[in-house]
Design a protein around this ligand. Sequence first.
Ligand code: BGC
Length: 763
Amino acid sequence: MQIKDVISKLTLEEKASLCSGQGYWHTQPIADKKIPAILMCDGPVGLRKQNKMEDNLGLYDSVQTVCFPSTSTLANSFSRESLALVGQTLGSECQAQNVSMLLGPGMNIKRNPLGGRNFEYYSEDPYLTGELASSYVTALQGKGVAACTKHFAGNNQETYRMSGNSIIEERPLHEIYLAAFEKVVKQAHPRAIMCAYNALNGTFCSENKSLLTDILRDRWGFNGLVVTDWGAVKNRVKGLLAGVDLEMPGGSGAQDKNIIEAVRSGKLDEMILDKAVLNILTFVNQSINNQQRDATTNLDQDHQIAVKLAVNSAVLMKNNNNLLPLNRDKQLAFIGEFAEKPRYQGGGSSHVNSYHVDTALNWARSQHLNINYAQGYDQDKITPNSALIEEAVSLAKKSDVAIIFAGLPESFESEGADRQSMAMPENQDALIMAVTEAQPNTVVVLHTGSAVEMPWQNNVAAILNMGLAGEGVGSATGKLLFGENNPSGRLSETYPYHLEDSPSFLNFPGEEGTVHYRENIFVGYRYYDKKKLSVAFPFGSGLSYTNFTYSNLQTSSTTIKDTDQATISCLVKNEGNYTGQEVVQLYVEPGESAVLRPQRELKNFTKVLLQPGECKRVSFTLDKETFAYYNDQIHNWHVESNSYTLSIGPTSHNLPLSVNIQVTSTVPIPIHYTSFTAIGKVVKNPLGKKVVLETLREVLHVTSKQYQESSTSDQKKIDQQCEPILQSALTMPLSSLVSLGSMKSSDLSQLITNLNTKSSLKK
Ligand code: BGC
């Protein structure tokens, strides 16, 4: 039977009941009408299926399953393939557990290092976020399991997370905060999207028609299911009018009554309710069709995938004198409780009941390495423990190399609360300082889901950032430390020296529930680079045990239109002795622009595996997206006619190859002239320029007639005399022509009309 026929046979009460879930994790079934319940679960990085007690905060247990690296860590892989691998693996696990939808991935932009759920998000960069999320969603849905991208939108902090109001101007909203959602919707077609708890520009996302219908459905073409975040509904009827289909979790039925009453009283057109029911039943139907009843899973194999992903995501931040990889014959000190009880995942709704957690200590022992261990600190405490520190120092002294396992305890990074500072616990900083005084060959292995301050950065010889590496953390760390694998991750967020340096420092988390995104589009490296602020570790940075060189940049064309495509490519060679993967990054930098633009923006990347001595050509496609910014006058992406520098290299701060490309716009932008339009803008229009120059000549007592009758050399002299007057008039309003020359007010009005009707377009 067609879904529309099913809907025509449902009573009003039944339709209303379908609009919210059954309990925490199911859609509402209607047995009489053969409508089954569909199961959805958290699990962006590991399935969180609850069989007994249910909750959305990570309080009660879930079935045991493999915990993959956190989203923030996977993003450090800069690898679409890695994200596809997680999506596929989770898809198979979901099929084996009869789960039809995974509530993820989280795609919010990391606006501030303190964001409590930063570990659940990809990056400070919308391009990287959108590309990686698209890979994940495509792979997950390829296994027949729906993705539910979240939290839509402007949900970048935990303080006032259920009631806050994010005030974001149109350009940063689209260019930074919506861009990744736009990409994933258009590129990977997620079957569902979760609207956020917070309000966006004064309207709760769960009631925001502009967001959920005008932008999401009408402009981007989304045709899936809009689900609320758990408990995000304020007014269910307003939600339906805005475009919310399914409220989660299911409640007491009070909202059903509100819907029924609103239809009966004429406040809600039943057609709108039918639309939501159609989206819900389409989702139910697809889910049933996609279920693989005989699917099984192999958690041991998936554990090995978790190890591989952790290896691929680790970032070697520092490696003085090539201290790493370590020699297996050396006497080594493993220091820090995380070596024994690792920190490998975040807290809250994404928390996984892990299958088998590897520890670095167990891995080293299994390899029969010369390791001694000192706890160094207690991860449940903050104040330094001098006995533990002394023990660690004396062990470090007796060893050839000290490896300190440090980072943020889980209580520091969890859904529901932002961090209070960017510092690591005092007991760990003190330990690292003390050990480095005793042992210059000190390596820090870092476990964190977001940027931390590192007062000891200059004192340690090497830093290996494992992020929150999932349950394979121990083996992955060991394999990297001892050179079985070569680190290849890159930072998907900047590590500033201090919290105070971060662009949103003065406007995070806002006041009394309202947060103004005053830094505009200047988020993450877009800010640090524009301000030329030095940072501890830049966006996109990361080292390798081998060296790569870049050469032979080629482009298919150096002058293109914004409707064209072109290619840019270069050679990358492994010049060292280790097999390694290089992340090749493409950045674009516009020439002088009419609007404020970032210094440079990431526009593509790829990861290439090279044997020692091997060389490969890496190629990227250039298209409109490479050059566009969001223009709030036309309410759309726009490419300005301009020259653009395209640069390729291993990090945002090291781009050895570059070329200029001239791009011509095919989309005119209408200009609306008024008496306040600046003369500088008016002279860009040929008609405006003519009138302005005539007026300026009048200041010099040269009439149009006299000017036209003068010789070319005299005209040149007059022009030269006009130039300084024009320069000083550039920011004056157009109306000042009336006071400067003999122009009458009526002439000015005529001029404005002419400017607005004739040739008032810029490209
Ligand atoms: C979180 C969501 C999560 C949901 C269900 C909410 O508190 O914000 O990310 O998917 O709970 O657990």
